[in-house]
Write a protein that binds this ligand. Structure first.
Ligand code: EPU
Length: 422
């Protein structure tokens, strides 16, 4: 069923939002359960579409997935596991590439379709193919389908030609049970990678250096079960903070790790936003002073995270002066500015990676379509600051990343309704 959000314009929020567990850690910890036959416990798992889809894939291949209570699962990948992945579900999600390493370690064979998702999810997997080949895997490609086989994964010394988050995490999982040592150079350094390595080390893996550009993994014969608690989602925390500043609201954000978002706070400070940080909370305060324009360049962690680029761009439309937004990670992550321009924005796209504009801009409520998770929530923020009501369709894409979003926003005073489209 298709759904849309109807959002009232010119809103002010007031209250406290609590941050969920992180999607991009849960989507790696769930496949990691395949590395052991013992029971794995996963807590603070967000109840969102992408995570439910990953749990479903595990069930389909024979895992025992028990929901103990909300956000708390026990997953056992015992002897009943097979390597017959459900094609359509795997093709629908980019993160399903994370299943490949553990299945190769377990069965020496796996067949899967090109993993996709939304517009930006359908990106290349050449780096994965390159390091699996070096680990001794034979790969046959038929149309957009991959057939892989290996006797035993071999440790390698691999330098990523470009930084890849899921690539780094996949090579960590594959290296855990490989023969010998795997060294990853030019590794991604996201906090979720360090967290994943800690979980695996608790289960008996030998990983050193996660969170730095060089990671070493000494292969072991077997892993034990683990007990994991997901980090708070830094993207959700940043999104709520940006929403608070953009609507000039008083918003408290709890259960978060502000230290995982350093550069966001630095930009907000330069902009003139008022906020207070503690170890596990953020308080956004209203201000009567105009906010100053900024240039942002997305970058791998600890740089400006691409997943906050769209919400931050919406905020920049309300600041005074010229802003440049340079999206260095993705080709297709700026096309949502068409929707902002439909709402009255005057954003100039220089090329697929850069937009410039002179703010502040007056936005008007319009009917727009959410193109992906992060652009979708950015349009929700745009609708909240626009004049008049907006309708945002393709809400299922927003649901991929944010749990029960409209109810949580309503609790801080937002006027947002989910409506079915017949
Ligand atoms: N790339 C290649 N070849 C590859 C792998 C990646 O060309 O084999 C390119 C991609 O096309 C992209 C860049 O390298 O242009 C970086 O991609 P990366 O592999 O780092 O992205 P990812 O690991 O697939 C994760 C998050 C994304 C987040 C990026 C960047 C998960 C499940 N996804 O994706 O999250 O944007 O890192 O930080 O962890 C989101 O949550 O909305 C989201 C898209």
């Amino acid at each position: 069923m298709q759904e849309k959000f109807i959002i009232k314009g010119k809103q002010k929020l007031d209250g406290t939002l609590s941050v969920s567990g992180t999607k991009n850690e849960a989507l790696k910890v769930i496949p990691a359960c395949l590395l052991t036959q013992e029971k794995c416990v996963a807590k603070n798992i967000p109840d969102i579409v992408d995570v439910r889809a990953m749990l479903d894939i595990l069930k389909d291949i024979g895992a025992d997935v028990k929901k103990i209570e909300d956000h708390h699962f026990e997953i056992t990948c015992g002897k009943s596991i097979t390597n017959k992945l459900p094609e359509a579900k795997v093709a629908a999600q980019r993160a399903s590439i994370m299943l490949v390493g553990p299945l190769l370690a377990r069965f020496g064979e796996v067949s899967f379709p090109h993993p996709g998702g939304c517009v930006i999810g359908k990106r290349p997997i050449d780096l994965f193919l390159e390091f699996y080949k070096q680990m001794g895997v034979s790969i046959a490609v038929h149309d957009s389908h991959y057939q892989m086989s290996v006797d035993k994964l071999q440790g390698i010394d691999y330098i990523f030609p470009r930084v890849s988050v899921t690539g780094t995490e996949s090579l960590i999982l594959a290296g855990c049970l490989a023969e010998g040592e795997t060294i990853i150079r030019n590794a991604a350094m996201e906090p979720e990678i360090e967290a994943l390595a800690e979980i695996l080390n608790d289960a008996g893996a030998k990983i050193i250096g996660a969170g730095t550009p060089t990671i070493s993994i000494k292969g072991v014969a077997k892993l034990n079960g683990f007990n994991a608690v997901m980090l708070p989602d830094r993207i959700e925390c940043g999104t709520f903070a940006i929403m608070g500043v953009a609507t000039n609201s008083h918003l408290k954000i709890e259960n978060c790790r502000p230290d995982h978002l350093g550069i966001l706070w630095s930009h907000l400070e330069k902009m003139g936003a008022k906020f207070k940080l503690s170890e596990d909370s953020v308080e956004i305060l209203p201000t009567d002073k105009p906010l100053k324009a900024q240039d942002i360049h997305t970058h791998e962690y600890p740089g400006f995270v691409t997943d906050l680029q769209a919400p931050f761009t919406v905020l920049l439309t309300q600041t005074t002066g010229m802003s440049l937004v340079h999206e260095t990670i993705y080709e297709g992550r700026l096309f949502y500015v068409d929707a902002l321009n439909t709402m009255g924005g005057k954003i100039i796209m220089c090329d697929p990676h850069r937009v410039v504009f002179d703010g502040p801009m007056h936005l008007y409520g319009r009917k727009v379509v959410s193109p992906d998770i992060r652009a979708g929530i950015a349009l929700v923020i745009a609708a909240m600051i626009a004049e008049g009501d907006s309708e945002i369709s393709n809400v299922h894409l927003i649901d991929r990343g944010y749990e029960n979003i409209e109810e949580r926003l309503k609790a801080v005073g937002a006027e947002i309704e989910r409506v079915s489209i017949c």
